[in-house]
Design a protein. Structure first.
Length: 591
């Protein structure tokens, strides 16, 4: 079926079942950002492949609500499908529910599949529509009857990481989670989110592209822990090791029966990371404590073993990136290079490094105006050939068994304009000021966001995405709870967190700039005014200086840039051959 035919078929089922508005979120039963093929429902329905959005279908309108990162992509991919782009005013808001409230009459019915919607999303929809006397049904699946050949759930083998890699045993992590449950007087806890499951049980897999996670649920009480997972994923040794750590193993689908037959007084679930179907199956007699998963906060603070591994991983990744950018400099003038081909070559360089497992997300190689699309992903149709002029933005990362990387660099391919140099230099100032920040303990991400944006705002420039996000340890490249954006999120920056600092600037139809490093939050010093923190920069890759307009930098910025680039050279030189060393020495020369 074409996307238009799928839309017509969905509308026919809606009419048969008395559904006036149907919502399709971008999610799965684990509320994942990156989805197994089976749950790529928005892409199957509409053709839109971005990682964030919500489809809403009525009999006379079908729209995709998404944020500024995807406006250009959505317009291109939705053309001729019957779906239209609706631009979100505030990222993450349920504005589509407000639209449904305005369009539908009293007594209308809005439905969604509760396996694809988080409790938080379902509650937002209910809170907006129920006061308007609109019926909300979270148990309607209209896609499965239509989706011929729908992919099955993945069956790749899961595996355990050694304590020498993770720095903490599964038994110890379970004890830490149980301690939090006791403080909250919760008798049980259900974990749906895959990164939390992976951290807690020191288990990894290949069920989701770019994220080394395995599909499953974990149920924890004071005296038992149960992993619900497809049995075929575990060999006998893995099963025995889990059992030795106090973890029982049961089939994946039995989690719903477990929830449905709960007899305890209370259970803690994370409303952002638990699907509505699970929540709605909990018996009414059980008190539901809605709080962040304890494991989310615990895994955000990396231990000394994880930090040491991450520092070594950054060297490996830096070697791959150095080899890549050196290769790129000669490959582009020779011709036959494109956005897709250079992304593949970068992956090859990473694959040569110790412990490489996968890329941490699909590489964003944006040439010229494609660089102005923050989450651009080249396709055969959009793929630009690279020429010896203009800017190239490369946002990429690797999954290594000793850490996760995420880095963005912008390089000149030749014939750069003064506006491009100014934009690059202003963004670089933001990266530097965010990296140099000294802040009181207890500071929140929105404060780092403002510090980073200050030199960009001062020139009346801005960017429409957050300044940074948490990063996992050989886990998801986007990890909470900390985030550096303008939202007033009450999560303090703690010692041991790894986060990105990635300001940007985007001129639609022209070029895009983003310069991203990962940083480790740490104790700085104390005074009579309290304890203060700062950041250690972890990412090891040169920052191009041929794009810098030195007149726009203060001496502190120049000093930081020169010291950083010298540090990069010193960290990587022993891993490079003579030609690579000479090339990098030139790239890291002081300005």
């Amino acid at each position: 079926m074409t996307h238009s035919e799928k839309l017509a078929a969905i509308r026919s089922l809606m009419k048969d079942q008395g559904v006036d508005g149907y919502i399709i979120p971008s999610s799965d039963p684990h509320i994942s950002e990156y989805l197994p093929d089976r749950y790529k429902c928005i892409a199957w329905t509409s053709g839109f492949t971005g990682s964030a959005g919500t489809l809403v279908i009525t009999q006379d309108f079908a729209g995709l609500w998404t944020d500024t990162r995807y406006f250009v992509q959505a317009n291109e991919q939705l053309a001729g499908t019957g779906f239209e782009l609706v631009k979100l005013k505030v990222q993450g808001n349920a504005e589509y529910a407000e639209w449904l409230g305005e369009k539908l009459t009293k007594g209308s019915k809005v439905a969604f599949d509760g396996n694809l919607a988080s409790l938080l999303v379902a509650q937002s929809v209910q809170q907006i529509l129920k006061p308007l006397d609109i019926i909300v049904d979270g148990h309607v699946d209209l896609l499965s009857p239509l989706w011929e050949g729908r992919p099955a759930l993945p069956t790749a083998k899961a595996y355990l990481l050694a304590d020498t890699t993770t720095g903490q045993s599964t038994a110890s992590k379970l004890a830490a989670v149980r301690n939090v449950l006791a403080k909250n007087r919760a008798q049980a806890h259900l974990i749906s989110s895959l990164d939390d499951l992976a951290w807690l049980l020191n288990i990894r897999g290949r069920d989701v592209p770019c994220n080394p996670v395995v599909l499953g649920f974990v149920y924890v009480t004071a005296d038992e822990a149960i992993l619900y997972i497809e049995p075929v994923k575990l060999d006998e040794a893995t099963r025995a090791s889990l059992q030795a750590s106090g973890v029982q193993v049961k089939p994946y689908e039995e989690v719903y029966a477990q929830v449905d037959h709960l007899t305890l007084d209370s259970i803690l679930i994370d409303p952002k990371r638990t699907c509505f179907a699970i929540y709605d199956a909990i018996p009414a007699a059980v008190n539901i404590i809605e709080k962040i998963n304890p494991s989310t906060s615990l895994k955000a603070v990396k231990n000394e073993v994880e930090i040491a591994h991450t520092r070594e991983t950054m060297i490996n990744d830096g070697v791959a990136l150095t080899k890549f950018f050196k290769w790129l400099e000669t490959a582009v003038p020779e011709g036959d290079q494109s956005e897709i081909s250079i992304a593949a070559r970068l992956q090859e360089f990473r694959e040569e490094q110790p412990g490489f497992n996968d890329i941490s997300f699909n590489t964003i190689a944006g040439y010229l105006d494609h660089g102005a699309l923050p989450h651009y992903s080249a396709t055969v149709d959009s793929n630009y050939a690279l020429k010896s002029k203009g800017l190239l933005l490369v946002d990429s990362g690797g999954q290594y068994q000793t850490g996760t990387t995420d880095i963005t660099r912008v390089v000149s391919l030749g014939e750069i304009t003064q506006q491009e140099k100014e934009d690059y230099t202003i963004v670089l100032k933001g990266t530097i000021e965010g990296s140099q920040a000294i802040f009181p303990q207890g500071s929140k991400g929105y404060q780092i966001d403002a510090i980073t944006r200050r030199p960009i705002w001062a020139t009346l420039r801005n960017y429409g995405h957050g300044t940074g996000h948490g990063v996992g340890f050989f886990l998801n490249v986007h990890e909470g709870p900390q985030t550096f954006n303008s939202a007033n999120i009450d999560v303090a920056i703690e010692v041991g967190m790894i986060s990105s600092i990635e300001p940007g600037l985007y001129r639609e139809g022209k070029h895009g700039i983003r310069i991203e490093n990962l940083v480790l939050s740490r104790n700085a010093d104390s005074s009579i005014f309290g304890d203060f923190m700062d950041f250690e920069t972890l990412t090891i890759c040169y920052i191009a200086t041929d794009l810098v307009d030195k007149t726009l930098l203060d001496q502190q910025h120049i000093n930081w840039l020169n010291q950083y680039n010298q540090w990069v050279f010193d960290q990587l030189k022993s891993r490079l051959n003579d030609d690579e060393q000479a090339w990098l020495k030139n790239k890291t020369a002081a300005i």
